[in-house]
Design a protein. Structure first.
Length: 77
């Protein structure tokens, strides 16, 4: 079974939530243009001043996403 990896981009400040939501648009566009599979794209609000945009991908596709999009961090999903 292929592991799932969650790649995350952190945004801070009073507009963190809106910035994270906007970033998900670019994640969706990238997956579509590159014809790459993704499992989930979304936003996590850690607190009002810290939000993260994320994409969950199969481990086999992780390097393509990581090298092109430079996430701030990653974790097992």
């Amino acid at each position: 079974m292929n592991k799932k990896i969650k790649l995350l981009w952190d945004f801070r400040g009073s507009d963190a939530l809106e910035t994270a939501k906007h970033h998900t648009i670019h994640l969706k566009e990238f997956a579509s243009i590159e014809n790459l599979p993704c499992i989930e794209i979304g936003v996590t609000e850690l607190n009002p001043m810290l939000c993260a945009a994320f994409i969950v991908v199969n481990e086999s596709d992780m390097k393509v996403y990581r090298d092109a999009l430079k996430p701030h961090r990653g974790e097992l999903a």
